[in-house]
Design a protein around this ligand. Sequence first.
Ligand code: NAD
Length: 252
Amino acid sequence: MSTSQKLAGKIALVTGGNSGIGLATAQRFIAEGAYVFITGRRQAELDAAVQQLGDSAFGVQSDVSNLADLDRLFTVIKEQKGRLDVVFANAGIAEFAPVEAVTEAQYDRQFDINVKGLFFTVQKALPLLTDGSAIVLMASIVGSKGFESNSVYSATKAAIRSLARTLTSDLKARRIRVNAVSPGPIETPGLNSVLDSPEQVAAFKAQMVTTVPLGRIGDADEIAKAVVFLASDDSSFVTGVELFVDGGMAQV
Ligand code: NAD
């Protein structure tokens, strides 16, 4: 094993690791020497992802908004590896609607998965996390900027920005670093699924050419590289921050 690997020997968890940014990050973690547990809600997608990732990955079907599922997940990790060094709390959903049209079910789903699911993933990981380990929370640029028809999703991501700061304080005695990553628009199945048609996807991408200072939407791997930075010793004196990986969108 090369000594240049940034996560050599580390045990990592990536929630929502079977698709999009989570899958790209699991790939990067493994390339950097980690063993990775990935979770997702659908067994078939999880199996396909594990097959793609190879022997250094293990999939556990688990809904982050279901606390019994989370308990089972951490029992599996404890039995198999006995500890965790990195948690990437990535699982999340977006449902866009104008404020007048948002239903209670949409509101509850997004808060249940994005905020409650993320919070309890972290809380229930704590007994397994080694002192000095790293937690990366998936936020979004929408947590700090206003976009039309994004009210509930944006509020969930703003809550996550706040959690990065407060959890840093709560976990300081154990020197556990907690940071958030905030992507701009990234090409993933998740992004495409919130737009209603291929025409809407094309129109969105065309709009981003002028909205994003770097003139394009990003790739999942560009987020994965930033998460490796926050998860590894390369960021050993970085905690409580929100790292924007957004082509400059947060600055305009
Ligand atoms: P994706 O749909 O490709 O991936 C989402 C992942 O989360 C999937 O693996 C899915 O199985 C999992 N997931 C959803 N609900 C879950 C639940 N209840 N329990 C367990 N897993 C669950 O989408 P993506 O774009 O890769 O999104 C990943 C994260 O990145 C999300 O939190 C999203 O809000 C965030 N994000 C995405 C973008 C973007 O433009 N794609 C931008 C900013 C932030």
